[in-house]
Design a protein around this ligand. Structure first.
Ligand code: HEM
Length: 239
């Protein structure tokens, strides 16, 4: 890892600034900061504060945020590879933010929009196939979140890197979910999907010789300042 850090600094062409906070602390603060709007929106909705969004608006808003965080987490590697911008430490909190907003999105659908009516939920899933894409994406994201801990990285070794390619599948499923969510074609989901596909397409470019591959897609090893077991040194990963 020390070797990797030295490489990072050499590539950036300048010494790395020392932060007052440890990488873990920065991840935690980053996560908490971006959870503040979620907590205030849910509180406003729950307590009926003036100016609160409706269930429907909150459902849509959280869905869009989940999408954006997932996309941002997938942007971290291309930014480092092609533009030498290293936000690796924020990849894990970005993934967890995507999952947290997606969970809230679904909770609002179940409690607010469907009013805990199981028959209505079953009916919705049978008549609106985009919901199945959303549910599968959520499953992928849950797997990623549950295996983003240090222990999971150590235990899964190389398999961890392969498992975390589920993030790409989640992105494709969410693009379908978003694009098919409306009765008419809308430009916004299609623009997002085009951008997401462009980000995923960067994976097709094989890393050049000597180029960093970044075998730890969560940025957990970067955060800890060491390789984090077998997964940390996986040269086969293009993540
Ligand atoms: C079980 C899983 C899910 C369910 C039941 C669900 C449900 C819904 C519902 C009911 C809508 C509104 C459609 C309409 O108004 O007609 C929606 C929209 C949306 N969902 Fe989901 N969703 C799920 C998973 C996800 C996930 C995992 C993401 C993102 C990571 C996501 C992102 C979105 C987005 C971006 C929209 C469109 C928001 C807008 O711009 O209006 N959903 N979803």
């Amino acid at each position: 890892m020390e070797h990797r850090n030295t490489q990072d600094r050499a590539q950036a062409g300048r010494p790395r600034r020392r932060s007052r906070f440890s990488p873990f602390m920065r991840q935690l603060l980053f996560y908490l900061l971006f959870m503040v709007p979620a907590v205030t929106d849910v509180a406003a909705l729950w307590l009926g504060w003036a100016g609160a969004m409706s269930w429907q608006q909150t459902l849509h808003e959280f869905g869009r945020y989940a999408f954006r965080f997932l996309l941002a987490s997938l942007l971290v590697s291309p930014l480092r590879r092609f533009f030498k911008l290293n936000f690796m430490v924020y990849r894990r909190p970005l993934g967890l933010l995507a999952f947290s907003y997606a969970l809230l999105h679904v909770a609002i659908y179940v409690c607010g929009a469907a009013r805990l009516d199981l028959m209505r939920i079953v009916h919705d899933f049978l008549t609106r196939p985009f919901l199945i894409c959303g549910a599968l994406a959520l499953l992928c994201m849950m797997t990623l979140a549950l295996t983003s801990t240090r222990t999971a990285i150590m235990q899964l070794g190389r398999k961890w890197t392969e498992l975390h390619r589920l993030a790409y599948m989640a992105m494709v499923l969410v693009c379908l979910h978003y694009s098919l969510a409306f009765k008419t074609w809308r430009i916004e989901p299609l623009l997002y999907a085009a951008f997401a596909l462009a980000v995923l397409a960067t994976r097709l470019f094989k890393p050049g010789r000597g180029e960093q591959t970044g075998g730890d897609p969560t940025g957990a090893a970067h955060a800890r300042g060491k390789s984090g077991g077998k997964a940390g040194g996986d040269k086969s990963s293009r993540a």
